[in-house]
Design a protein around this ligand. Sequence first.
Ligand SMILES: CC(C)(COP(=O)(O)OP(=O)(O)OC[C@H]1O[C@@H](n2cnc3c(N)ncnc32)[C@H](O)[C@@H]1OP(=O)(O)O)[C@@H](O)C(=O)NCCC(=O)NCCSC(=O)c1cc(O)c2ccccc2c1O
Length: 763
Amino acid sequence: MCSSRVRSVDEACEARPEPRPAAAPQNPLKRLHCAVQQYAWGRNSEDSEVAQLVAASGQAVDPTKPYAELWMGTHPSAPSLLADNGYAGQPLLTLLRDRPELLGAALPRFGCDLPFLFKVLSVGTALSIQSHPDKALAERLHADKPEIYKDANHKPEMALALTEFEALCSFVPHSELLESLEACPELAQCCGSQCVEALRAAAAAPDGSPQRTAALRAAFHEVMACPADRAAAYVERMCERLKADAAEGCQLSPRELLSLRLELQYPGDVGVLAAWFLNYLRLQPGQAVALPANEPHAYISGEIVEVMATSDNVIRAGLTPKMRDVEALCSSLTYDQGLPELLTGGKAAASPHLAVYRPPFREFELWRYTPPAGTAEELPAADGPLMVLVQQGGLRVRSGSQSRNLQRGDVYFVAAGAALELQAAADSRHLLGEQGASGAAPVGELELQPLSGRAEASSEASTSYASATGRPSSYARVHGSASRAPARWRRIDTVAKEQLREVRYEKAQGEGIAKITINRPEKRNAFTPRTVMEMSWCFADAREDPAIGVIILTGEGPLAFCSGGDQSVRGAGGYVGADGIPRLNVLDLQMQIRRLPKPVIAMVAGYAVGGGHILHMMCDLTIAADNAVFGQTGPKVGSFDAGYGSTQMARLVGQKKAREMWFLARLYDAQQAMDMGLVNTVVPLAELEPETLQWCREILKNSPTALRVLKSALNAAEDGQAGIQQLGGDATLLFYQSEEGNEGRQAYMDKRPPDFSRFKRLP
Ligand SMILES: CC(C)(COP(=O)(O)OP(=O)(O)OC[C@H]1O[C@@H](n2cnc3c(N)ncnc32)[C@H](O)[C@@H]1OP(=O)(O)O)[C@@H](O)C(=O)NCCC(=O)NCCSC(=O)c1cc(O)c2ccccc2c1O
């Protein structure tokens, strides 16, 4: 149900005891025949909610045509017609002109017309990258090009997902754009080195600062205005690269997969590249997004209801066979960066079954009414007009002396000031599953879900910094947030000339992250001597690779990080591999992790027990899923680790707790482990990798030498002479890079005495 925003449903409800200023209108319910738009981007009739609604309302559906939009309103391009006697076949606007009182308080505010246009959209193929002008620009565009910009109104709009709905909306946060330029070299090439440099330099400037806006505007314009043949070449090159990566077993990110999909729909179109500038959202049913004027967006796929101010003004610039107005688009955008807020529908005081979506615009709000079967209740009168679409179920509506049975597909105009007595059909449960009947509602079941995973790229939680002032500090503004977007993992099957069998080794494309996964899920990732060797080769490779700055250690699947040594291959003197030699080589691996001069993060889902628990303790950081379980089992299976397994544990949890963990060999859940100081954070299982990647990316922004020396120093405090040796090695490494160090070497090579006189003896 769409209502003009004169007085909200809650205000109307609170005002109920007050005497009404105007009498309730006679015959307020007006059935409408609504127009369908069969644009090429729509869906085939059998897959299209638009077509299904049209069919349910008794109109013929042409199976050979796409069904894109159902328009409910007065817009001259496709006006809704009245179905009832008296005005049958006439436009709704004719009735409103004859009886303006039906608009109630909307009349003095918006004039003698419906202030909004209500639509259902079935999006099969992506719609153009576009924006809608504000009022001043709309007036100018309409005056200059009336054949293209058909009215002088602005068009703020809101889209509510009926099915999963993919869309590109507003510019991505600056940090994400910089990552995209790394991940997608063709995008960077299309922007040009000057624009890329300006974007990089703007990273230090605050969000929304003139420097960032200018850099973003220049880069976006550069891409949008790229000559078609050059753009097509970049797009082709990007897609070939992505396809080659995929063929090599590389997991493409959702955004890369989107690029390939868009390219199939619009081969060579510059919009395929421009899409990287915009947030990629996946809305779940019941979630809505508001799109103010001058925000770039493109709908990709899904079924939605959409409401907008009565206008059809669209400035298109990509992903379209239609006319492009690149200059109008690029010059009018806000260039605000960040995720748009998602609306999930606030509960209305008028009814527990009514959710209200209130965008920051004057013209309308959207009501979603989902009563259980058989519900009977009254909705207070709205001061402005309503447009009602029944999307599911059946509903009896009474207002004054008028009574109507509404069914799926019915569309009604309801005059301002009409209170509605509603009774949801008792037999319509089958139409709505467990939720029961839906009444005069724009959508079906009420299922509000928080958006998870950045929308894919979209559920971008930002890094949080404490602030003494309550505002983001300059520290937070400068260092910003790190992305939680999925990494694009490239698998490496051979390391140290050995084929990996028990471990998976991956590196993130374009990022300094390596991931080592113990891959024996059928044994809860218990390790054999071979598993340990493979891990060791991978750690050595990651250490040697200058592109790698942080390493994740994890286990395959959600059930276990690692359950320790494989007891089935345990023999006298150690664990026995194919060579028949008993080994305790996991002790060497512990040392290798400890000495590795790059941070190692344990990413723990499920069990981290026995030798697996010690491995996570040896990592610099541990990020745990909420299903993680920690503990030592040794004393129950006739084993113990009297090295780091005991001493490192005591450093982490204290002597008493360490003795408890070993002597009793109990298991502890993630929160208990967190409370003991064994892990750094606990997150829902689904957030485990996004959270870990965000930590990795945050670490990667920091000075590698600072991290290296800090790790050595923290080790040195615990590791005695061995620890001092590591820290001392780092000091030598730095000294070798200094002029003073080099003077000594050079003098030796020159066979002359060294001259250290120019090096200061600082206090
Ligand atoms: C980890 C569990 C708590 C999980 O229980 P769950 O009920 O979820 O699963 P199952 O028990 O059914 O296990 C499924 C499947 O995996 C097999 N499996 C699991 N862990 C191991 C293992 N460590 N070794 C061999 N096989 C394992 C299990 O048998 C099942 O197989 P099926 O064929 O029967 O289906 C639970 O599994 C568990 O408690 N596991 C044992 C944990 C354990 O005691 N680990 C060894 C501790 S000692 C150690 O790790 C160790 C290693 C070293 O290298 C050392 C070196 C130097 C000093 C000390 C060392 C040390 O102590």
